[in-house]
Write a protein that binds this ligand. Structure first.
Ligand code: TYM
Length: 334
């Protein structure tokens, strides 16, 4: 079976971009009997950005409840929390010892921070942590530990998958064929969802629409999406409209075509936003109810996560790390 793996960083509340770009397609893919799915909460990664422990905990619970509310069946997929698997940081160290520092220097997130420092005229590495620098190595460990074939991600993550291949290849070259080299699976038709201000919807830009806000708040947030100032009756440019792109992510091909026509015919922004709100709410309302029930039972979520990690460690992580420890010349712990 093809092993498919992906994670979401537990640094905030899940938003429509996570849902459309990652969760919805992943839940659909997990129902394919030819696929073995690994979906996890990247809470070690969260520590790179978030130093508020309550926020990490809250986000972990919210993202776990979101996966489950969206229909993930924890009995038929591997569903777990990264920090429940201590083999991941152990493998991170092994990979650190083969990863080229020069390659990490080129990682987008690190480079962006250096560029920002340069623009501000401070030292290149000012306020940049070793954790941020090592981000791609930790991500490589997530992927290589479970010998994933495919990693569905957004474009921004492709470089990380290439680095995981590079580190895995170097390790294999030195110590024998332990790792499958992963491939990024970029779904061309899965749009990068724009946020309220038109940039990519992202926790870092503070422009998100949370997936499970109450109806009234959803409506208010949608009303606040930035548009151009064309009046009702004037033709609207669907291709360049955030409101339209969001609509398209939730509507059928037929509904989308009808809406494109309505834009050309000069639908007012108020009406377009109302239609968008109704379309999103139709899809999300039943999930929201399920989400609220789950959030009221944190102990159940916790049990699901622990059970997933315990099985995964016993069946995959612990035996693989035992082989790796032996391969590099360390003591057998068992
Ligand atoms: P993260 O938490 O930033 O994003 C999680 C997933 O959501 C997708 N996504 C979007 N898709 C469409 N439109 C948007 N506006 C949008 N915003 C986010 C992302 O592409 C991603 O698929 N480093 C990863 C987490 C990670 C991981 C891994 C992923 C850690 N280890 C191993 C895969 C394999 C991250 O920060 O994703």
């Amino acid at each position: 079976r093809t092993r498919v793996l992906t994670g979401i960083t537990t640094s905030g509340t899940p938003h429509l971009g996570n849902y459309v770009g990652a969760i919805r397609p992943a839940v659909v893919a997990s129902r394919d009997p030819q696929v073995e799915s690994y979906y996890f909460l990247a809470d070690y990664h969260a520590l790179i950005k978030v130093t508020d422990p309550a926020r990490v905990q809250r986000s972990t619970l919210e993202i776990a409840a979101t996966w489950l509310a969206c229909g993930l069946d924890p009995k038929s997929v591997w569903f777990y929390r990264q920090s429940d698997i201590p083999e991941i940081p152990e493998l991170t160290w092994f990979l650190s010892c083969v990863a080229g520092k020069g390659i990490l220097n080129r990682a987008h997130a690190y480079k962006a921070s250096v560029d920002k420092n340069r623009a501000e005229g401070v030292d290149d590495d000012a306020a940049i942590t070793a954790g941020l620098f090592m981000y791609p190595v930790l991500m490589a460990a997530d992927i290589l530990l479970f010998n994933a074939h495919k990693v569905p991600v957004g474009r921004d993550q492709v470089q990380h998958i290439e680095m995981a291949r590079d580190f895995g290849q170097r390790f294999n070259h030195l110590y024998g064929e332990h790792f499958t080299l992963p491939e990024a699976a970029i779904e061309e038709h899965v749009a990068t969802l724009p946020g309220l201000d038109g940039r990519k919807m992202s926790k870092s830009y503070d422009n998100t629409i949370p997936l499970f806000v109450p109806r009234e708040q959803l409506k208010k947030l949608i009303a606040g999406i930035v548009t151009d100032s064309r009046a009702p009756g004037e033709a609207k440019d669907a291709a360049n409209s955030n409101v339209f792109q969001l609509y398209q992510a939730f509507a059928s091909a037929q509904e989308t075509a009808a809406m494109r026509q309505a834009y050309a015919d000069g639908i007012g922004w108020g009406d377009a936003k109302q239609k968008l709100f109704e379309r999103i709410d139709d899809e999300v309302a039943p999930l929201r109810e399920h989400y609220e029930t789950l959030m009221a039972k944190p102990a159940e979520i916790e049990a699901i996560l622990r059970e997933g990690a315990a099985r995964l460690r016993a069946q995959h992580a612990t035996p693989l790390l035992a082989r790796l420890r032996e391969a590099v010349g360390l003591r057998d712990l068992s």
